[in-house]
Ligand binder design. Structure first.
Ligand code: DGY
Length: 330
């Protein structure tokens, strides 16, 4: 009836193709406003559609800042992002308004670590380049030296920002008989005992690692932490893997490093901007493997991410924020 309908909270979902689990959960209990186009919601559409909603289900392509929160109005109680990264959210502005924030840590750890390992192996063992070579008619015969790249066995791996994802990457790579795993982190991590990880300063990690894997969050401290200076400190044979955010890298400096043999190769699941323009130099380099930000793109993972996002929203809208499955502590 009308009176029941009037009490249903309003929730904006910023993309039509969010996985069914979360979408259905919200549709059962809320009036859902769904952005109808497959591409990210435009700024102007976000500013108008967010008016008067109680909750927002957003993605990492949606910047939620002061202007957006002002446009929403004071009834907005919860913003839940279907991501573990929250660099697109102005956390101070959310906190100031006492808006609860949800995200999806943990659930995507295995999928993202798996992709990081796949990307590392694709880069070191030159899988994409080798595959392309077949189609270009370049495979003449088995060759003792053709398409060689460094193996993981006996190598030193450096993990920059040892959190949930970095820890899982390290555990996987230990299975390839690496000699040593180094990591950077604000504190010594108990989990590192499982793979004999050693906490070191960034500079030491850069100098000693054969493979450098970035799994840190993007924050003011990590923005552009990989730049001309840090690439210079790496081994000439180093392989650089980024599954965090493009903005942890000064990308022109990375391109120079790849072109000039400052490092051997890079594997990137994230870059600046996304999507990357087709004329970008990174796409012209054989020693760069580039993927379209698919770290968490395991079918079950994305389904679970959508359910957690919906539950984060519902807990707040039902008045029990303590029951959010994944609240971000502001
Ligand atoms: C995240 O969750 O932050 C990833 O970048 C996409 O899943």
């Amino acid at each position: 009836s009308n009176s029941i309908k009037m009490n249903r909270p309003k929730v904006l979902i910023t993309r039509p193709d969010v996985p069914a689990g979360g979408l259905n959960l919200l549709k059962e209990q809320c009036d859902v406003i769904l952005w109808e186009k497959p591409e990210p919601i435009s700024r102007s559409a976000l500013l108008s559609k967010i008016q008067n909603v109680d909750g927002v289900y957003c993605l990492l392509t949606d910047k939620i800042d002061e202007e957006v929160l002002n446009a929403a109005g004071p009834q907005l109680k919860v913003v839940a992002s279907m991501s573990v990264g929250v660099d697109h959210l102005d956390l101070q502005a959310l906190k100031k308004r006492n808006i609860k924030v949800g995200y999806t840590p943990g659930i995507l750890t295995d999928a993202t670590a798996e992709l990081a390992v796949a990307l590392l192996l694709s880069t070191s063992r030159r899988l994409i380049e080798a595959n392309r070579a077949i189609y270009k008619g370049e495979w003449k015969a088995w060759s003792p030296t053709w398409m060689c790249g460094p193996g993981l066995s006996g190598s030193t791996v450096g993990i920059v920002g040892l959190g949930r994802i970095g820890t899982q990457v390290a555990k996987c790579l230990k299975g390839f008989n690496t000699a040593k795993i180094l990591y950077t982190s604000r504190s010594i991590k108990q989990a590192a005992i499982q793979f004999g990880g050693e906490k070191v300063e960034l500079e030491t990690l850069l100098e000693r690692s054969d493979f450098i894997i970035v799994t840190t969050a993007l924050t003011p401290d990590t923005r552009q932490m990989f730049n001309k200076n840090t690439f210079q400190k790496m081994k000439k044979s180093a392989i650089f893997i980024n599954v965090s955010r493009g903005d942890v890298v000064d990308q022109p400096a990375l391109i120079e490093a790849l072109k000039n043999g400052i490092i051997r190769a890079a594997g990137l699941d994230v870059m600046t901007p996304e999507p990357i323009p087709l004329d970008n130099e990174l796409l012209k380099l054989d020693n760069c493997v580039i993927l379209p930000h698919i770290g968490s793109a395991a079918i079950e993972t994305r389904e679970e991410m959508s359910i957690i996002t919906a539950k984060n929203i519902m807990a707040v809208l039902k008045g029990v924020p303590a029951e959010m499955p994944s609240p971000l502590q502001l």
